[in-house]
Design a protein around this ligand. Structure first.
Ligand code: NAP
Length: 475
């Protein structure tokens, strides 16, 4: 069977190369072969988007809303099938995969509504007879670059607003997870996106990243800090509009007065579910003295009960690490943590009936916030357990990081909850909830090294995907 092709100017176009998409739960299972584009195909895709964008802007908001609504409806109707595909290529459990597809559907439904919402403002004149209108226009051609850990939801929350507001898109998914991206492009194509308005170019970022960044009017990127920095340095040469969502080293503070069940559940979910491969994962558990030992005891007992295995096994709670390279990274950080003086509880490579990248969740007991393993994003099922004296120290440690995406606190004290909400230096704050797990109708994004540019999602998405025009009219 020929590889799944790229979508350029409304046509399915073979790549100049292709690669197999391997199931991380079972490396003997090939999910499919997927095209890899070269720089020339990226240039073609950008040219197609440029040609199609003016026509797309001139369609009615109702037409654009209809395309998004049809996409959302098909995603929802096929959530079981596409969720399984996602689990097969990425390794998250079937339930997590289906949940992600449902989320993508909700995002398209939301932006179908946004497409027809009022976009401008009319101001009262301050000079006689001079009317002032503030309108929003599409940015033009948007390059959308996504990571492997949410291969359909992140693509959805970038593509849906881009199209809703009249932009054309060149979409480059992560090389590791092309199947979900291809399925989404196929649905959008059949839902009636005009030729050239949505283009899919699969392939390695190291090959097609630069021509993509160089050719578009705006780049919306989610991925690691090093890649984000590289894209930013390149994009700024042409003053290209930028939105970067990057890594995290998210703190979960557990205070003495917290409900132990809530705290342990938040830690277990936030640190280890989805194999810890979430930008919002709780990778630093900052626990005050009086509850520390009880928390450690309960958490390690709950960790030992977690069922780790093939993502499609209905018993599995934690799927494999996404690929061999990420597994090696996780493994390396466990070694570093030991050398730094932490005790590693868990963190074992596991044999399962199929050959995959299975790692049990790891807790770094006795960690300090100065250790590399507490400062650098690992992006695996690994969390540092950091003991602190009191709330003030917990807050200081929580904020002592170059990242600022998500943070959480478990407490029954309104005073500490409110204080943390006000003083946490993160874009997202959770009280008695895991640091991961977000809604689609509200803004998403971080501070410091985690994010750059306007927020994603909800009505805030319009800030990036539209350009404001202020018109003065003497009637
Ligand atoms: P990554 O290695 O930075 O890759 C992200 C995307 O950038 C991929 O599509 C990649 O393509 C592409 N890319 C690589 N080099 C490029 C270049 N020179 N120019 C343009 N694009 C290039 O990140 P990842 O490993 O896929 O994802 C994990 C990271 O994403 C973690 O740091 C995580 O925290 C972050 N993340 C952040 C959020 C958030 O919203 N803040 C959400 C999810 C994940 P290839 O796959 O072909 O290399």
């Amino acid at each position: 069977m020929s590889p799944h092709a790229n979508l350029i100017a409304g046509e399915w176009v073979s790549g100049t190369d292709s690669r197999p998409n391997i199931n991380p739960s079972d490396t003997s299972d090939t999910v499919g072969d997927y095209a890899a584009a070269d720089a020339g195909q990226v240039t073609d895709a950008i040219a197609a988007a440029r040609a199609a964008q003016p026509g797309w802007t001139k369609t009615t908001a109702q037409d654009r809303a209809a395309v998004l609504a049809r996409t959302g409806a098909e995603l929802m109707a096929r959530s079981a099938e596409l969720g399984e595909l996602l689990s097969r290529e990425e390794g998250k459990t079937r339930a997590e995969g289906v949940g992600e597809v449902v989320r993508a559907a909700q995002v398209f439904q939301f932006f179908a509504g946004e497409a027809i919402r009022a976009l401008g403002e009319k101001y009262p004149p301050v000079r006689p007879g001079v009317d002032v209108d503030v309108t929003r226009e599409p940015v033009g051609v948007v390059g959308i670059i996504t990571p492997w850990n949410f291969p359909i939801a992140i693509a959805a929350w970038k593509i849906a607003p881009a199209l809703a507001f009249g932009n054309a898109v060149v979409f480059k998914p992560a090389d590791l997870t092309p199947a979900s991206a291809w399925a989404l492009a196929d649905i959008l194509h059949r839902a009636g996106t005009p030729a050239g308005v949505l283009n899919l170019v699969m392939g390695r970022g190291s090959v097609i990243g630069d021509p993509l960044v160089d050719g578009v009017d705006a780049v919306s990127f989610t991925g690691s800090v090093p890649t984000g920095r590289r894209i930013a340095a390149r994009a700024i040469q042409r003053m290209t509009r930028l939105q970067l969502e990057m890594g995290g080293k998210n703190p979960l503070v557990v205070l003495d007065d917290s409900d132990l069940d809530t705290a342990v559940n938040c830690a277990l979910n936030g640190a280890f579910f989805q194999t810890g491969q979430r930008c919002t994962a709780s990778s630093r558990l900052i626990v005050t003295e009086a509850i520390h030992d009880a928390f450690l005891d309960r958490l390690t007992r709950e960790m030992a009960k977690l069922r780790i295995g093939h993502a499609l096994d209905p018993e599995t709670q934690i799927g494999p690490v996404a690929d061999e390279r990420q597994l090696e990274t996780d493994w390396d950080y466990l070694r570093i943590a030991r050398e730094e003086g932490a005790e590693v509880v868990g963190g074992e490579r596991l044999d399962r009936p199929t050959r995959g990248f299975f790692l049990s969740p790891a807790l770094l007991v006795g960690a300090t916030n100065a250790m590399r393993s507490s400062r650098e994003e690992i992006f695996g099922p690994v969390a540092s357990l950091i003991r602190v004296k009191d709330y003030d120290e917990a807050l200081a440690v929580a904020n002592d990081t170059e990242f600022g995406l998500s943070s959480g606190i478990c407490t029954t004290s309104l005073k500490y909850a409110r204080d943390f909400q006000r003083n946490s230096a993160a874009g997202l704050v959770m009280v008695n909830l895991p640091t991961a797990g977000l809604d689609y109708h509200v803004p998403f994004g971080g501070r410091k090294g985690s994010s750059y540019g306007p927020r994603e999602q909800g009505s805030y998405a319009r800030e990036f995907f539209t350009s404001v025009k202020t018109s003065y009219v003497l009637a």
